[in-house]
Write a protein that binds this ligand. Structure first.
Ligand SMILES: NC(=O)c1ccc[n+]([C@@H]2O[C@H](COP(=O)([O-])OP(=O)(O)OC[C@H]3O[C@@H](n4cnc5c(N)ncnc54)[C@H](OP(=O)(O)O)[C@@H]3O)[C@@H](O)[C@H]2O)c1
Length: 413
């Protein structure tokens, strides 16, 4: 990063949106009170209202300031040269995200976002990884529920196996175990607009396991989209599997070019289901539903009925929401029957609140933790696990997000 002093430690761009507000809340709750920060967006009126509310509610903190910016190059240069780190919740990222990342890479500004759009992440890696690295900018996309929990869980499990057994990992099966939540208008719009900003071939190419990996991997065997697992039971296709898997393999490649996770590492993500019939039915329904947004009239009609941008699950709804992912990996220990390790990633929270926590804590870790892989690499398009130190996991815990690992008893579990 440039050594010229900057006005702010952190700016949240898109602070007037549903996720932006939840991220600001986490900064107010979990960052040093002396943090110099600002909320940014295109509407000064909306920003002023929020800043007044935050400064009245938290009078002991350094007051939050406002910063008006649109997406033009001069405005984004001004925005990104004013801060050490930018969190952007301005989405859809395929539509709005590229000039923001370009400005951060150009001006050596650290960057964090909540995209789940793998084709876009592939584009920004190809265009801006080298420039960002040269200018010392750490860019970490996909810090929301897509796909930080999966990438952090894979890293936590591999680290646990390395520390305990001094070997890598073979297959890791990861499941969404419990999900009670809703969808924001921004997410609905992002899912629909993907088909307006990407060709089918770009979507398919970016869905390859290694599409984001910095190093090539061995060809992976084909597996059916449903299965029965000895511990998890019946498993089927899951919507987050593509963005999660591609990010996990970028993490695999960034940690010692795949050597740390191991050359036999495989990551497979599913959703839990009741039996084989529901597993197969879900694959059929899910595949049919995924094809529908390719048709413009269906997108037009869907937009009439889904939550509108700016909105999301209500305060009453989120009180009942929780989420838990669980994973099991076989150690690459050379035994005939491999030892198995387990990870759980759990939050008694709504997914958007969890996204706010992950965005805020990732940015704070970039700003204040010198002992991260990201700092050693020096910059470029990286993953959440490259800032995940013990201190980071402790901060997650303080915020109500629990990542737990243990060995499994192979006789009983
Ligand atoms: N994958 C995940 O895990 C995950 C989780 C949460 C969110 N997300 C993603 O995060 C993004 C935001 O979601 P959300 O629900 O917070 O959306 P939202 O409520 O619609 O907020 C969007 C924000 O972007 C701003 N914005 C829109 N167009 C702009 C432009 N041309 N110039 C400047 N600012 C602009 C909006 O400003 P105004 O207020 O002025 O309109 C608002 O602040 C979406 O892409 C969503 O998919 C992903």
């Amino acid at each position: 990063m440039s050594s010229t002093p900057r006005t702010y430690d952190l700016i949240i761009f898109g602070a007037t949106g549903y996720t932006g507000k939840l991220t600001s809340k986490q900064i107010l709750l979990n960052s040093p009170t002396t943090l110099k920060w600002a909320i940014a967006g295109r509407s000064s009126q909306k920003l002023e209202l929020l800043a007044t509310d935050y400064n009245t509610t938290y009078p002991d903190r350094q007051p939050v300031e406002t910063f008006v910016s649109d997406l033009s190059e001069p405005a984004l240069d001004n925005l990104t040269k004013s801060t050490c780190c930018l969190i952007s919740t301005v989405g859809p990222y395929l539509k709005y995200g590229t000039p923001v990342v370009a400005a951060c890479a150009r001006n050596g500004t650290h960057y964090v976002d909540s995209t789940g759009e793998t084709p876009w992440v592939k584009r920004i890696i190809e265009k801006y990884h080298e420039e960002a690295k040269k200018n010392g900018a750490i860019l970490i996309p996909q810090c929301g529920v897509e796909s930080a929990p999966a990438e952090l869980s894979a890293y936590a499990l591999v680290k646990f196996v390395r520390d305990k057994l001094n070997c890598g990992v073979r297959e890791m099966v990861y499941t969404i175990d419990d999900l009670k939540g809703g969808v924001s208008g921004g997410t609905a719009e992002t899912a629909l607009s993907m088909f307006e900003h990407c060709s089918l071939s770009e979507i398919l190419t970016s869905a390859n396991h290694y599409s984001l990996s910095p190093v090539p991997g061995r060809p992976l065997p084909y597996t059916l989209p449903f299965r029965r697992h000895p511990t998890f039971g019946y498993l089927t296709m899951w919507i987050q599997a593509i963005p999660d898997t591609t990010l996990v393999y970028r993490g695999w490649g960034l940690h010692d070019e795949g050597q740390y996770y191991g050359k036999n590492f495989e990551f497979r993500e599913y959703k839990k289901t009741r039996n084989f019939v529901t597993a197969i039915l879900w694959v059929i329904i899910f595949s049919a539903l995924s094809a529908l947004p390719f048709f413009a009239p269906i997108r037009w009609l869907t937009r009439k009925f889904v939550t509108q941008p700016g909105d999301g699950p209500t305060t009453e709804q989120v009180l009942k929401h929780r989420v838990e992912w669980r994973g099991i990996a076989e150690a690459d220990d050379g035994r005939a029957v491999h030892q198995r390790a387990y990870v759980s990633f759990r939050a008694e929270k709504d997914c958007y609140e969890l996204t706010g926590i992950l965005l805020a804590l990732t940015a704070l870790s970039i700003l204040f933790d010198e002992d991260t892989l990201a700092k050693k690499i020096g910059g470029g398009v990286l993953t959440p696990s490259t800032i995940a130190t013990e201190r980071y996991f402790k901060e997650l815990e303080k915020a109500g997000v629990f990542v737990e690992t243990k060995m499994l008893d192979w006789l009983r579990e």
